[in-house]
Ligand binder design. Structure first.
Ligand SMILES: Cc1ncc(COP(=O)(O)O)c(C=O)c1O
Length: 432
């Protein structure tokens, strides 16, 4: 066998950062330098990633436990052997992206698999490249199906940076682009009275993350989504669930709205959007799945929504393997158990560091720790990194840090994560 070709760390970190600043983004390079984390990602394996620091000087690299997972992209950790095997099988078996206009074996098989896992009669799937594109499609479908324009989403939501997804998101990401399209209405997440005031017979859809992630891992009251569903049915409004971060077993259940949020409050949305972890970190793939009646939108023109690289056949093949793994009852039980261990440990921090931590909330392996103010969000992010944990604060709720380790973490790993988080907490300055 020929030796593996080196692809990571072929040049010094310093020269790569210079190239990054020169040719990718100087503001981003400067930002990371300013917070003392000007590093380039190196090798990655299981729950850990390394940086290129010291690599060319033959010093040990910095190792971090990945509790960010890019919002769930690395749901099976890094380089999961089954996923690599599937990727190689797919390439060796002759798959590539495939022609998006033609009928496709791999898309049919993945869509069938999803139909078997998704709640209710959600049984049709269209393929996209990223989450934003799939959200755009979901909103387009809702508008075309209802022949209505109005869209309801939550303040502090994040659904992506493409046109309609951006419209449904927080002002932070759209104001600079002078993007304030009409017909987008915002409600306070979890407040059913606010929702009731806004929803009407002109509304096409509402779109919610079951647990807003960028918004700060918010947990709605138990009766919130059942009431949202009821009001949607009453007014003929479609309910879009953005399960991009909460889906694919993150909560210890395949879907947050189907038992992950509250075990005995199961909701069937009309449309479900998935992305991020769809190929466990190897191929961009997102999906928009919906109930059969919505397909009427494509009756006259089946090519009304198309995506050249959406639904890569190679990605679909890998995705099926990921779904087989995460949907095993033993795997889901493992996520619930690890989640309990992590959650209990974090609750204990709340007791011990009551002057700093105002709330701890989450489900499965998705947890938020809320601090007394935004400064602690950044401060604790840096302290975690210093102590070997890669995690960060929520983009639309900076006082809350988000912990989403790979779903394959073991009990010993959780102990190590908690002990590192503890040290990182003890290094924070106490408020005066
Ligand atoms: C909940 C949610 N929806 C949608 C998106 C958009 O996905 P993408 O970045 O793949 O466009 C994201 C991305 O972070 C997300 O967190």
């Amino acid at each position: 066998m020929s030796p593996e070709k080196q692809v990571i760390g072929t040049e010094s970190q310093r020269s790569l950062i210079k190239d990054y600043a020169r040719h990718v983004s100087e503001p981003k390079a400067n930002f990371f330098k300013s917070i003392g984390f000007g590093v380039i990602q190196g090798k990655r394996e299981g729950i850990r990633i390394t940086t290129l620091e010291g690599v060319r000087k033959n010093k040990p690299p910095r190792v971090l436990i990945d509790c960010r997972t890019s919002g769930g992209v690395f749901n099976l950790g890094h380089n999961h052997p089954e996923i690599i095997k599937a990727l190689k099988e797919g390439i060796d078996g002759g798959l590539n992206i495939g022609d998006h206009h033609l009928l496709s074996e791999q898309r049919a098989l993945l869509a069938r698999k999803l139909a078997g896992l998704l709640p209710g009669d959600i049984s049709k799937t269209q393929f996209c490249v990223g989450g934003g594109e799939a959200i755009d499609l979901a909103i387009k479908l809702a508008r075309a199906s209802t022949k209505r324009k109005k869209i309801i989403s939550a303040w502090t939501a994040y659904h992506g940076v493409t046109g309609l997804a951006l419209g449904a998101g927080d002002p932070r990401f759209k104001d600079a682009f002078l993007w304030n399209p009409p017909d987008f209405h915002k409600v306070k997440f979890g407040d059913i009275d606010d929702f009731r005031k806004v929803i009407d017979e002109e509304t096409a859809c509402c779109i919610f993350e079951p647990i807003p992630a960028t918004g700060g891992i918010l947990i709605p009251p138990k009766d919130y989504f059942p009431q949202v569903r009821e009001l949607c049915d009453e007014k003929g409004v479609l309910f879009i669930a953005d399960e991009v971060q909460t889906g694919l077993a993150r909560t210890g259940h395949p879907w947050a709205l189907d038992g992950g949020l509250y075990e005995d409050a199961k909701i069937v949305p009309d449309i479900v959007v998935l992305a991020k972890g769809m190929t466990a970190g190897y191929y961009p793939l997102a999906t928009c799945s919906y109930k059969p009646f919505i397909e009427e939108v494509f009756e006259d023109d089946p090519f009304l929504h198309i995506s050249t690289t959406g639904g890569s056949e190679l990605g679909c093949y890998v995705s099926r393997r990921m779904l087989e793994i995460i949907s095993q009852p033993a795997f889901l039980k493992h996520v619930r158990e690890m989640g309990r261990q992590l959650g209990n440990g974090l609750m204990e921090f709340k007791e011990e560091f009551g002057k700093l931590i105002t709330d701890v909330r989450g489900r499965g392996l998705m947890w938020g720790v809320e601090f007394i103010n935004d400064r602690y969000g950044l401060g604790y992010t840096l302290s975690m990194i210093e102590n070997g944990i890669l995690a960060d604060f929520c983009g639309n709720n900076e006082k809350t840090i988000k912990l989403m380790p790979p779903l394959i973490v073991e009990s010993d790993d959780i102990d190590e994560i908690l002990s590192r988080l503890d040290v990182a907490l003890k290094k924070l300055p106490m408020p005066k």
